[in-house]
Write a protein that binds this ligand. Structure first.
Ligand code: 23J
Ligand code: MN
Length: 257
């Protein structure tokens, strides 16, 4: 029998810590800008209904407006054409929102080269050192990019050739999508694909290969530096938007101290 009372005690004592991997959601939260011929996602925006005033004397509340893919968010399989017949965000089984996390640390490489791409050989080397990526794992790609998260210009890092942010090339995206039984890929950048992913031989390979293989994406993660390479548990909680392709998402990690 699972020992949930031990977990409850460890949470109460601080032996298990809860780390928030979520970026704050507000009007300046960075969003993806696609080439101008495509439709664009919307920023997050609060619209006040009342604030203990004549519109509502004892209550404060807001409507909010946002794209599904704003801030720290969850990509459901139906987000991409390769997964169009698979689950929408409301249909993702709750057991597949929680899993062990592996953290692949490429902060140094991404600092030296913002277009750094994670290769299959990097994953194989990581597994040699830390053990096999477990079944049902969240694979978290740590790049240090979250340090730009309050500065949309630095976060996008775009020039006349488009954005420059780290990611995965097609071979590595295919490997993660087909050769490992993972929940999905979590990143610190605006989307699960590299800034240069539109121009790759398979455009947007992470979206293509992960969504197409019933895997998920988590974006704009923070505090990955507070997680061990393996041993944490990550919980993603997207809104249950019926028919939705994704959702802003609270992402929490349980870490043994
Ligand atoms: C649509 C098209 C391309 C991309 C994206 C969305 C995302 O990054 C996203 O948030 O899913 S790259
Ligand atoms: Mn997305």
């Amino acid at each position: 029998m699972a020992n949930l009372s031990a977990l409850a005690q460890e949470l109460a004592s601080g032996a298990v810590q809860v780390i928030d991997l979520t970026s704050p959601l507000h009007e300046e939260t960075p969003i993806l800008t696609l080439p101008p011929e495509f439709g664009q996602t919307a920023k997050f925006k609060l619209e006040q209904i009342s604030n203990y005033d004549e519109k509502g004397p004892a209550w404060y509340w807001n409507n909010f407006h946002t794209g599904e893919h704003t801030g720290t968010h969850f990509d459901a399989p139906n987000h991409w054409v390769t997964g169009k017949d698979l689950d929408d965000v409301s249909q993702v089984p709750p057991s597949r929102l929680i899993g062990p996390a592996v953290v692949l640390d490429f902060v140094k490489e991404a600092a030296a080269n913002p277009d750094f791409l994670l290769e299959v050989s990097h994953i194989e080397a990581w597994e040699k050192e830390h053990g096999a990526i477990p079944k049902g794992a969240w694979v978290l790609f740590r790049t240090g990019w979250s340090k730009f998260g309050d500065d949309p210009v630095a976060f996008a890092n775009a020039d006349e050739n488009g954005p420059h942010t780290p990611g995965l090339p097609p071979e590595c995206a295919e490997y993660l999508g087909t050769k490992r039984d993972i929940l999905g890929l979590g990143v610190e950048t605006v989307g699960i694909d590299a800034g240069g992913a539109f121009g790759m031989s398979v455009p947007f390979p992470c979206h293509n290969m992960l969504m197409g293989n019933n895997k998920y994406g988590l974006t704009q993660l923070r505090n990955l530096d507070k997680l061990p390479p393996q041993g944490a548990i990550v919980i993603a909680a997207p809104l249950k938007i019926v028919g939705g392709s994704g959702s802003p998402c609270r992402v929490l990690a349980l870490v043994s101290k």
